[in-house]
Design a protein around this ligand. Structure first.
Ligand code: MG
Length: 484
């Protein structure tokens, strides 16, 4: 098109406007913090406890652990009772939470080693999209504070390589990089010096070994600092506690206080931490513009006796596929926005990503298989959850499947001793009615042969529809191996 005199002057005006805008941005007079469009987007605070059981909060029925802040969050929001993780150990569970995909689809699961160790050289594959990456694309400030456990040997695997602007925490579990051979007794009498775990800020190690007594306290301080510093821009805070994963540590203010012993002290400090975060949101006037989600990455680790938590009335421990292994506490709270109450519908951490995308307008990956459901119809209207099925994996193998109230186990796993498990195959498979028998005590396969058939078919269809991705966790030839 030829440029006339009038379009030429319009063109000049537009050019001047763009130049002015660029100059103002360079001078810092306009930032994303002052962009009203960006400011309208809600903040997301995702709090993840490590190995906290379904039954470890008062509001979920614990008789001796006192959790007033978790309870209050539940009373002011939605408390879910059928909420699952995608795996019963840290690495695959966290990968599923942050990518919205079953770990079999991105190699974040293994039959040889269930999680990354301190010696592991790989991490979350680069082409995986995390919640933080999606939110960053729409102007969010993002922080991961606490435990990561999705790879650490290369900076591309760290939180800062996966959409988080800021990282402060430990790259793997608090019981890794041991300085000596650990016994059950040593685990139960923890000392920071037994574990050469680094504390990192960004991509630098700032303390080693990480002083674990103050883990929850310091993660909380950093979380509050991040909220205060980013109150004007939309933010995504992933507060990923390293507790109550063993070895257990509480700060002086909490140690020896709980009737439940050290485990109770640790949970009560996590509860305190939640209270601090909620107070900070209130003080900054952000309560009505912030969705807070509180959950856990897997069920309690019961092989260390009282140092492990409680799955309430559910059977099983971390590492297995019983309800207590993968059903976790889950509370959603957004003042003035959610229909509060107890939600008995099914959901999973896999659903967090699509739900956040729906709420924030962030783009949802559409070039790959995703495994989640948008939970906003239930959160905002108490409409039925889209999730009717759940798949229970150990490593790369499907152990069980749930549809409606029925759950079919092809294999189960049990504890054979300190840090030892055994697998058991069930032919025919075991069927439990989770409505009548949430504790999975009574096999009703003979009573409901049509359900056995239906769930078996569901499992076969699921497996045939999955393209397993190469195992990223198991060490390969030439990889360094941990000494202990
Ligand atoms: Mg865990």
């Amino acid at each position: 098109m030829a440029i006339t005199m009038s379009t030429f002057s319009e063109y000049k005006i537009e050019k001047v406007k763009v130049l002015l805008l660029l100059m103002m941005m360079m001078l810092g007079t306009i930032s994303s913090a002052q962009n009203p469009q960006a400011r309208k987007k809600p903040n997301i605070v995702l709090i993840l406890a490590d190995d906290m059981g379904y039954g470890d909060a008062s509001v979920y029925g614990h008789p001796t652990i006192n959790t007033p802040n978790i309870d209050q969050l539940a009373h002011e929001g939605q408390r879910w009772t059928n909420f699952y993780v995608a795996a019963s150990v840290c690495t695959p569970s966290r990968a599923a939470l942050l990518t919205g995909r079953l770990p079999i689809r991105n190699g974040m699961c293994s039959d040889k080693r269930r999680v990354f160790w301190s010696s592991s050289v790989r991490g979350l594959p680069a082409d995986e999209i995390t919640i933080a990456e999606s939110l960053k694309d729409v102007g969010y400030a993002t922080a991961c504070i606490g435990k990561w456990h999705l790879g650490h040997k290369d900076t591309k695997y760290l939180p800062t390589g996966n959409g988080f602007d800021y990282y402060y925490g430990i790259p793997y579990s608090n019981d890794m990089n041991k300085t000596q051979k650990m016994t059950k007794v040593l685990y139960q009498n923890p000392k920071t010096s037994y574990y050469n775990v680094p504390l990192m800020e960004g991509e630098e190690i700032i303390e080693r070994p990480f002083e674990q007594h103050t883990a929850t306290k310091r993660f909380t301080q950093q979380a509050i600092k991040f909220i205060e510093e980013n109150k004007r821009s939309p933010f995504f805070l992933f507060l990923s506690h390293s507790m109550p994963h063993v070895p257990l540590f509480a700060s002086q203010s909490f140690e020896g206080k709980s009737e439940r012993g050290l485990y109770g002290d640790v949970i009560e400090e996590i509860d305190w931490s939640l209270g601090q975060v909620m107070q900070a949101l209130k003080a900054e006037g952000l309560e009505e513009n912030t969705l807070v989600i509180f959950t856990s990455d897997n069920g309690p680790w019961k092989m260390l006796d009282q140092h492990g938590g409680s799955a309430g009335q559910f059977r099983g421990s971390k590492g297995e596929t019983w309800e207590g292994s993968m059903r976790v506490p889950a509370i959603f709270r957004w003042k003035g926005k959610l229909k509060n109450g107890i939600i008995r519908d099914m959901a999973a951490t896999l659903d967090v990503f699509p739900t956040i995308c729906k709420i924030t307008g962030a783009s949802f990956p559409d070039d790959r298989e995703m495994d989640g459901y948008d939970l906003t119809p239930t959160l905002f209207e108490k409409n039925e959850s889209g999730r009717k099925e759940m798949f229970f994996y150990v490593g790369r193998q499907l152990f069980a499947v749930r549809k409606g109230n029925f759950k079919l186990h092809f294999k189960t796993r049990g504890i054979a001793g300190f840090r030892k498990y055994y697998n058991m195959e069930h032919t025919p498979p075991l069927l439990f009615h989770l409505g009548e028998d949430p504790s999975e005590q009574y096999n009703v396969a003979d009573k409901y042969p049509e359900k056995v058939k239906e769930l078996r078919q569901l499992a076969e269809n699921h497996i045939s529809g999955i393209k397993p991705y190469e195992d990223q966790i198991a060490p390969r030839d030439g990889d360094e191996i941990d000494r202990y």
